[in-house]
Design a protein around this ligand. Structure first.
Ligand code: THU
Length: 130
C-alpha cells in the first residue's frame, strides 16, 4: 500500500470515531512522521464550544506522544461537499512540526484532491523570536 492510500484509509476510519455532536461534522487527520510511523486523530467537541479540538490537533498530539517530531505527510479528511482546509490555529500547529518538504493532503470521499506545503497554507508565519 502506498503512503497516500494508507494515510487516507487511516484518516477516514479515525474520522468515524470523531466526537462531534454539536457540529455533526466529523474530521479525521493522519500523519506519517519522518521515522515512518503513522498516527491519527479526530475532532473532539465540547459542550463549551471553544474547548473542542480539531482532528489535526489530535493527530499531532499522538505523533509527539509517540516520540516523533517531524511531519513528512499529513492528510486531512472530511466527507463534505466542499473540500476542507485546516483552520488558522491548526496551520500554526502543523508549521511547528513541518518543513518545506512536508506534504499537506486535503481529501474528501473521492480521495486526495489537493496537496500543499506549509508555506502555501501559512505564508509569513511566526517563527523564531529569540
Ligand atoms: N475541524 C477539524 O477538526 N479540522 C479542520 O480542519 C476543520 C474543522 C472540526 C472542528 C469542529 O469540531 C468541526 O470540525 C466543525 O468546525
Amino acid at each position: 500500500m502506498n503512503n497516500t492510500k494508507e494515510l487516507f484509509d487511516l484518516a477516514k476510519s479515525t474520522s468515524q470515531r470523531a466526537y462531534a455532536p454539536y457540529s455533526n461534522f466529523q474530521v479525521g487527520a493522519s500523519v506519517l512522521s519522518d521515522s515512518g510511523n503513522f498516527y491519527s486523530g479526530c475532532n473532539v467537541e465540547n459542550i463549551s464550544y471553544p474547548v473542542g479540538t480539531c482532528a489535526e490537533t489530535g493527530a499531532i498530539s499522538a505523533m509527539v506522544s509517540g516520540g516523533d517530531k517531524k511531519i513528512k505527510e499529513i492528510l486531512i479528511y472530511a466527507s463534505s461537499k466542499e473540500l476542507i482546509t485546516p483552520c488558522g490555529a491548526c496551520r500554526q500547529r502543523i508549521a511547528e512540526f513541518a518543513d518545506s518538504s512536508t506534504l499537506i493532503h486535503l481529501a474528501d470521499d473521492e480521495g486526495v484532491k489537493q496537496t500543499y506545503t506549509i508555506t502555501e497554507l501559512l505564508p509569513y508565519s511566526f517563527k523564531d523570536f529569540k
